[in-house]
Design a protein around this ligand. Sequence first.
Ligand SMILES: Nc1ncnc2c1ncn2[C@@H]1O[C@H](COP(=O)(O)OP(=O)(O)O)[C@@H](O)[C@H]1O
Ligand SMILES: Cc1ncsc1CCOP(=O)(O)O
Ligand SMILES: [Mg+2]
Length: 273
Amino acid sequence: MAMTIDEVFVALTDLRARQPLVQNITNFVSMSVSANALLALGASPAMVHAEEEVGDFAKLADALVVNIGTLSPAWLRAMKKAAEAMGEQQKPWVLDPVATGATPYRSEAASTLLSLRPTIVRGNASEIMSLAGEAGALGKGVDSLAGSDQAVEAAKALARTSGSVVAVTGTTDYATDGEEVVSVTGGHALMPRSTALGCALSACVAAFSAVRPPLAAATAGLAVYAAAGRIAGERCDNGPGHLPAELCDALFRMDKDLLAAHCAIGAGSGEAE
Ligand SMILES: Nc1ncnc2c1ncn2[C@@H]1O[C@H](COP(=O)(O)OP(=O)(O)O)[C@@H](O)[C@H]1O
Ligand SMILES: Cc1ncsc1CCOP(=O)(O)O
Ligand SMILES: [Mg+2]
């Protein structure tokens, strides 16, 4: 059974009460976007990526997001160390496999991190298809060339082989544990025209993973973000320039009525109800 809007709102209320500390090892492009989105949502962000301290910081964090957007060998070592530390403590972490498939280095890094068993993997369609090993799943750098509808089977297969919940995003978002598939609609067509909004979504999903089990955390994160994205996009008549700021305002103001009016959650890989 997919979560209801009421259950998503209770999860958001719990998140706001808990104010989880979310450790981010994320790319340079997304740092400020993700930190602001987390603060607006009600979480507490920290961008910490030195390999000398990520293990110690992971002891403090309630959740971790690992994002390979601007990868380098030192960062990858830090990502592995932090992910292992979270695993040892049985605390949740989210992998955002930015542009996996674009280069062998990136694909190998994403596979290595996947083998450390993230709680949740969140990516666009090309990334999820590539990580699932589908031939011809090329994206265009960090952007997807495939629709999320095309990636649902890959997401299910990836969830089954990895043991992670997989969230694949696009016009419709999907979350799956390999058996159940939840669809979420909302968002806005301007969202792919503003950088790092997928990264910030992964960070928000990590925040929810501190207060809910994996599939519920992914569903709640997708739904709250979809509603905020829809509200934000509708306020951006002149283009995407102010979209990140509007998105933060919408995350901050989110309540049950706004959620119900601006996103929908469905069961299965068809259209959301
Ligand atoms: N055409 C669209 N309509 C509505 N929402 C969209 C659309 N494309 C992307 N989004 C939303 O933008 C966010 C980022 O998704 P996506 O673009 O798939 O990830 P990434 O930025 O990592 O490539 C998600 O919340 C997704 O639902
Ligand atoms: C443009 C860019 N280049 C490396 S990481 C990055 C940000 C990607 O952000 P998103 O995946 O959320 O669009
Ligand atoms: Mg991305």
